[in-house]
Design a protein around this ligand. Structure first.
Ligand code: NAG
Ligand code: NAG
Ligand code: NAG
Ligand code: NAG
Ligand code: NAG
Ligand code: NAG
Ligand code: NAG
Length: 386
């Protein structure tokens, strides 16, 4: 019974919502304009059609963004601001909606376009990746890397800008690749607010060359999705009988303890067994073989409870607990040897490659501005003076 009644009901609904039922003409808005109001930001603006009869009805507007990312919404206002990557242009359309009681009628669409940003094909940067980092006392650094476009001439110079809310800033220190083209940028301090959730960071990279027009490139990043967490603090680890006890504090961050998760990397130095444990609290107890010794490292990330997950922090220093004091000291000596050797190597590498940027690091961690880069920069002024 119910099932056979349904089509009739739907048919009636259809009949009452068709524009013919009202006899009112709905006219499209006029003077629809698109204006670039900031980096990767468009202001959509239109006027009500002056010939539109209101007759006790409500007027709203249907807006449809067609590209670069499809989106639909309706609004009472005659202006609307959108954030979008604009290098391949932007197009949108708008129409009038007339609401009379339960009746809804719509006009034809009016469409507007922004052309793609000018420049030769394949001169845009590719593979842009960015990472932010909360530095004490709550400032945020930003580092981005990219690859030059396949079609970019040798003499291409790229320039990076970031926009966060109303603040736009050009990169102060670009790092160059072997062919002297900028491929990395670091802001030691930005206007990015560490405690915000889902705010966008706009990246704009344009360029110049004598031989070609370089096409700009824009990309939007969710600030939480590209944040690399800090290392957990005040880690204390002990072995009591057969219990491994560990405690630590959350990393430097405006977010609460519940917003973090940890990875615990445990190596049994006697058996060589390795274990990675995921932990969502700030302390931890594990039954182990008390006659073995262990090396332990810890790292942190944001969990999905408070916001988008970002990148894992670096690993903490290594902690050793357990019986084999001799092995421990051998391990320490070996570690010390390794560290001093890599320091020497790093120094040599720096001396050889002054001015060639983060190449050493890139080979190890492509497309990611790691802590090692800071270390690397730290050496430069010292060696430059000598
Ligand atoms: C305005 O509304 C009145 C009453 O609802 C209706 O009789 C009239 O036809 C409407 N005028 C127009 C132009 O639709
Ligand atoms: C539309 O723009 C034209 C030309 O700029 C202007 O004369 C007209 O008043 C505008 N119409 C509305 C409804 O604002
Ligand atoms: C508009 O609505 C009011 C109240 O609902 C009514 O008194 C009036 O007659 C309506 N006017 C028209 C033109 O429909
Ligand atoms: C750059 O990005 C493309 C497509 O996403 C990928 O196939 C390629 O491996 C990346 N190149 C490098 C060097 O990361
Ligand atoms: C942190 O930001 C404030 C305000 O922007 C600035 O004055 C201060 O020097 C920054 N601190 C560091 C360590 O960068
Ligand atoms: C790059 O973009 C910035 C910001 O829009 C602009 O001020 C600058 O003139 C552009 N540079 C080139 C070389 O196009
Ligand atoms: C870490 O420990 C030190 C001294 O033990 C203490 O002063 C400091 O407040 C602790 N840090 C945190 C984040 O609790």
């Amino acid at each position: 019974m119910l099932a056979s009644g349904m089509p009739v009901f739907l048919l009636l609904l259809w009949a009452t919502t068709t524009p013919q039922g009202a006899g009112v003409q709905v006219l499209p808005p006029v003077n629809f304009t698109l204006t670039v109001s900031a980096l990767a930001q468009v202001l959509l603006h239109w006027e009500p059609n002056p010939a539109q009869e209101q007759n006790n009805s409500t007027i709203r507007y249907d807006v449809e963004i067609l590209s670069p990312v499809q989106e639909e919404y309706d609004t009472k206002s005659t202006r609307s601001v959108r954030t979008a990557a604009l290098h391949n242009g932007f197009s949108a359309r708008v129409r009038t909606l007339l609401l009379q009681g339960h009746l809804q009628m719509s006009s034809d669409w009016v469409e507007g376009n922004l052309p793609p940003l000018p420049g030769a094909a394949d001169t845009s940067v590719t593979n842009v990746s960015c990472v932010t980092h909360v530095t004490t006392p709550g400032n945020v650094s930003l580092c981005c890397t990219w690859l030059p476009g396949q079609g970019a001439p040798e003499d291409t110079k790229y320039f990076l800008f970031y926009r966060y809310e109303a603040h736009t800033e050009e990169c102060p220190t670009h790092t160059k690749d072997k062919r002297n083209r900028n491929t990395e940028c670091r802001f030691a301090n930005t206007q990015i607010k560490a405690g915000e959730i889902d705010n966008l960071i706009v990246i704009h990279i344009n360029g110049s060359s004598q031989r070609a027009a370089i096409k700009p490139f824009q990309q939007l990043f969710n600030q939480n999705a590209i944040e690399k967490a800090n290392i957990p603090r005040n880690i204390s680890i002990s072995l009591e009988q057969n219990d491994l006890l560990a405690m630590w504090e959350k990393p430097i961050s405006p977010f609460h303890e519940e917003c973090f998760e940890y990875e615990f990397y445990l190596i049994n130095l006697k058996s060589g067994n390795k274990q990675i444990l995921k932990i969502s609290s700030n302390s931890f107890q594990l039954r182990v073989d008390g006659s073995s010794s262990y090396s332990i490292r810890l790292r942190a990330n944001h969990n999905h409870i408070c916001r988008a997950r970002g990148f894992w922090s670096d690993w903490s220093e290594t902690f050793y607990v357990g019986q084999n004091k001799l092995e421990n000291s051998i391990a320490w000596i070996l570690t010390l040897l390794c560290v001093s050797m890599s320091c020497t190597l790093l120094l040599v590498a720096v001396l050889c490659k002054i001015g060639s940027g983060c190449n050493i690091v890139k080979a190890k961690t492509p497309q990611m501005c790691s802590e090692e880069i800071q270390l690397h920069f730290g050496f430069v002024p010292v060696t430059a003076k000598s």
